[in-house]
Write a protein that binds this ligand. Structure first.
Ligand SMILES: *[C@@H]1O[C@H](CO)[C@@H](O)[C@H](O)[C@H]1NC(C)=O
Ligand SMILES: *[C@@H]1O[C@H](CO)[C@@H](O)[C@H](O)[C@H]1NC(C)=O
Ligand SMILES: [Ca+2]
Ligand SMILES: [Ca+2]
Length: 354
């Protein structure tokens, strides 16, 4: 009888694990293969050797690029190299990225930059918010950009118990922002279990020096976050939910869910064209390849443009698809006029004229 019970229990556990595994593989798009679709005249950007995880561009064409992310469970080609912020002027004929100098007093050795967001203040001061993972913890670093000498002056480090696992941020003031947490747990085993079981406990948090609050939850893996040009709507990419969530933003910085757009790919970072309002999403066509990183079976890349997200029928266009032979694991796509910059956590970004 004991043996029968044990067998039944083992059967139930195996069935549950099997069911979770199938669901997990579906969320990761594990069996998706796709045909490359390339753009003419793209070139890999020289001088960005260890990743171009996130990109944000000022209205004057200065592109800020975070480089050198090391992230638990993700392949890194330069695990010992510290991270950096690069600047590239898209108005130049052949733009070249340069590393921004960071003011003294900031601990550079453990700099591990992830999502970034720019904010232009009323006095035209430019603030750069950088998600940082020193010792794999999460902080948000606030810098002021000094264009005259290509440097960043460190203003403060923001840490908070509601910001345990920050992925991306979108600034809404000189010292306030919305941030996504991409895991509920921070301990490695538990965060893998969380992903595997498909818990939807990740969230969006509003931070200001006066108030910090959770404003949305229910994501498998909240990832990129951005805002419409008029600041009325907030977009959140749920990587493992394969969705973009649209929220209405209120004056008190609460968010109300408005709609969801289902994709059949894993959206990472979102950027918004300030002129057209189109959303550009850097996506991972197959999350399993990203997680398992096999040099013989590279993670591919996919860039989507989403037009009219608020309309009845948003138009989703596959702009760029790659099997990993040119660009692996795209994490972001940002446009500035006719320039498309495609970033990846693994290596150099790609610059494509549209
Ligand atoms: C951009 O993509 C990377 C790749 O996974 C992701 O981890 C990171 O959070 C993204 N950055 C932002 C700002 O969302
Ligand atoms: C925030 O503003 C919205 C819209 O005006 C309102 O419905 C909501 O109750 C407010 N929430 C708080 C906590 O004040
Ligand atoms: Ca960003
Ligand atoms: Ca991201």
């Amino acid at each position: 009888m004991g043996k029968l019970l044990a067998l039944a229990l083992a059967g139930i556990v195996a069935a549950l694990v099997g069911e979770r595994l199938v669901a997990f593989r579906n969320r990761m798009c594990a069996s998706r293969e796709l045909k490359p679709k390339r753009l003419p005249n793209c070139h890999l950007i020289k001088g960005i050797e260890v990743g171009s995880e996130d990109i944000d561009i000022l209205p004057n064409g200065l592109a800020f690029i975070s480089s050198g992310l090391k992230y638990p469970g993700m392949q890194s080609f330069a695990p010992d190299k510290r991270g950096e912020i690069l600047l590239m002027d898209l108005k130049e004929e052949n733009p070249r990225p340069v590393e921004l100098r960071i003011s003294r007093g900031f601990e550079l050795a453990s700099f591990n930059p992830h999502g970034i967001s720019l904010y232009v203040g009323e006095d035209d001061a430019v603030y750069l918010f950088v998600v940082n993972h020193p010792q794999y913890k999460s902080t948000v670093e606030l810098f002021k950009f000094v264009e005259d000498d290509n440097s960043l002056v460190h203003l403060k480090t923001i840490k908070h118990e509601l910001l345990p696992s920050v992925n991306d941020i979108v600034a809404v003031g000189p010292d306030s922002f919305f941030a996504t947490n991409d895991h509920y747990f921070t301990e490695t085993f538990l965060l893998y279990l969380e992903m595997f079981l498909g818990l939807t406990w990740t969230n969006v948090v509003y931070y200001s020096p006066k108030e910090v609050k959770e404003v949305a939850t229910g994501f498998y893996f909240a990832n990129g976050i951005n805002m419409s040009p008029d600041g009325r709507y907030v977009y959140v990419a749920d990587l493992l939910g394969q969705k973009i969530h649209v929220f209405e933003k209120h004056a008190n910085f609460t968010l109300t869910p408005l709609k969801e757009l289902q994709l059949d790919t894993l959206p990472d970072n979102l950027s918004v064209d300030p002129y057209t309002g189109d959303i550009w999403a850097g996506c991972h066509p197959n999350g399993m390849k990203l997680l398992l990183y096999d040099p013989g079976n590279l993670p591919g890349s996919e860039v989507l443009r989403i037009q009219g997200i608020l309309s009845q029928k948003p138009v989703v266009t596959q702009v760029y698809v790659d099997d990993g032979s040119i660009i692996q694991g795209t994490s972001v796509a940002t446009v500035y006029g006719k320039d498309l910059l495609i970033g990846t956590v693994f290596h150099r970004g790609l610059h494509c004229p549209l």
